[in-house]
Ligand binder design. Structure first.
Ligand code: SDX
Length: 428
């Protein structure tokens, strides 16, 4: 197979190297193309542009395949744990039992946060969206760990920063929720596992520990696995480009949290539930809302549907849809919006507009229904997404730094005014 691509422009021919990955994906390496031809490429939203070569996550949008470090998401969701998957993504291999035990123990002993975090938290009104609180508290880590600002930190120093972030994000997330409720903060309990500790900080009270139903902790652990990484999505690309300037891990992850917040990205899980509740309040007429989603003059989109890469079922959506049925049954929860969601899915999968555009349910379509059943409020859903995505962001940031990738600085095509002289205000 040829290892070069040929492009001809204005009669001039250019050979460009072809890069091929371990799954036979091919890319044209244009890194020297502008120097040869004076021409750049352009691709708004980077829909067809690769930013890096990565060994972390592989997904095939046409076939609906997702693997973390080569392991299929279906197997990891069924057999692994969130901490084990976090170790796999960050360090590249599944841990031995002693490695996993030591990793979990290190995280457990770093869950406590500096008491001054409470002063930052006190500065927020209870109306603050938890995502804004979360990104602020993560950035604030640079104040408590100023050594994290040193771009020349040793691998061990970077690793302790990684452990601190994995350990403290659940505390930040739960405290953002407690702040919003006006409830007393619950401190981390080192006797509890990762999910039980988080749920206790969320729903526990000073006098009584929250006893999580095993069905709840298991469902939460699986949801976090399913959100753990997804190659070069919007928020991960944000983490990489911020980190490429040698900004600290905390600054880079905080930027990723803010990118995830948007309703077209991680904010979609909150938008899906709000959409389903609107449809329910409107009488449950899914055909009316499907028509709105297809109407170009109507800004309404079917949230939780469509994906930049998946043009088949998002494999995570399949797993989450089944988990939603299982969790609601185990908890004895009947949620009418689940039926509305299933009705919408059924209609969309047989609607020509959606079929032609290969729009399928994505990871956000059913996840909110499980979070609701677990008692997690709607505006905390994207915080849950961020908790899950944290190891992936960390792994991608670490890979980018270890590979010595250059600072991200895309080019542009200028379409503004050409050269012109200043005009005095008196004559404007
Ligand atoms: C996540 O990248 C990732 O990996 C992200 C993620 C991850 O794990 O990190 O998977 C998580 O962000 C999932 C996506 C969550 N977002 C939503 O559910 C919001 C609703 N979806 C859409 O906004 C949209 O599908 C996107 C943003 C997800 C993808 O948009 P693209 O790839 O830019 O596609 P597009 O907007 O150009 O749409 C192509 C066509 C258009 O119609 P035409 O102009 O061709 O006629 O499909 C239509 C769109 O109008 N379309 C939809 C639609 N999504 C796309 N029409 C109605 N409802 C929708 N949801």
């Amino acid at each position: 197979m040829s290892k070069t691509a040929n492009i001809s422009i204005n009669g001039q021919s250019y050979d460009l190297p072809l890069v091929e990955g371990s799954e036979q994906e091919q890319a044209i390496d244009i890194s020297k193309f502008r120097g040869q031809s004076g021409v750049i490429t352009i691709d708004p939203g980077f829909k067809n542009t690769g930013s890096t070569q990565s060994a972390i996550t592989f997904l095939d949008g046409e076939k609906g395949i997702l693997r973390y470090r080569g392991y299929p998401i279906e197997q990891l969701a069924e057999k692994s744990s969130f901490l084990e998957v976090s170790y796999l993504l960050i360090y590249g291999e599944l841990p031995s039992s002693s490695e996993l035990e030591s990793f979990a123990s290190e995280i457990t002993t770093h869950t406590m946060v500096n008491e001054d975090i409470r002063k930052i938290l006190d500065g927020f009104p209870s109306s603050a969206h938890p995502m804004g609180v979360l990104s602020s508290l993560v950035t604030a880590q640079t104040a408590f760990y100023p050594a994290s600002l040193d771009p020349n930190r040793s691998p061990d120093e970077i690793n302790i920063g990684i452990i601190r972030l994995l350990a403290k994000m659940p505390t930040f997330a739960a405290w953002a929720f407690k702040k919003q409720k006006g409830h007393p903060l619950i401190y981390p309990n080192n006797q509890l596992d990762y999910c039980s500790n988080f749920l206790n900080m969320m729903f526990g009270l000073p006098a009584t520990q929250y006893e999580a139903d095993p069905a709840v902790t298991s469902a939460l652990d699986q949801l976090l696995i399913l959100h753990a990484d997804h190659e070069q999505n919007c928020s991960t690309s944000t983490v990489r480009i911020v980190g490429s300037s040698q900004a600290s891990l905390y600054a880079s992850i905080s930027a990723g949290i803010n990118a995830l917040w948007g309703p077209l990205h991680g904010g979609a899980n909150q938008a899906v539930i709000e959409m389903l509740e609107n449809i329910k309040a409107d009488g449950g007429d899914t055909k009316k809302w499907m028509a709105k989603a297809k109407d170009k003059d109507d800004p309404f989109r079917l949230m939780g549907f469509g994906h930049r890469v998946y043009k088949n079922f998002d494999p995570r959506a399949r797993i989450i849809k089944k988990a939603a049925d299982d969790v609601l049954e185990k908890l004895g929860v009947v949620d009418p919006i689940l039926d509305i969601a299933k009705g919408l899915e059924e209609e969309a999968l047989s609607d020509q507009y959606f079929v032609d555009r290969k729009l399928y349910p994505n990871v956000d379509f059913y996840s909110g229904i499980i979070y609701r059943a677990l008692g997690i409020p709607t505006d905390m859903f994207t915080v849950m997404f961020a908790l899950g995505r944290l190891p992936g962001w960390i792994a991608q940031w670490k890979e980018m730094r270890e590979n010595g990738e250059p600072i991200g600085r895309p080019r542009q095509v200028y379409v503004g005014e050409t050269d012109r002289n200043y005009i005095d205000i008196s004559s404007r």
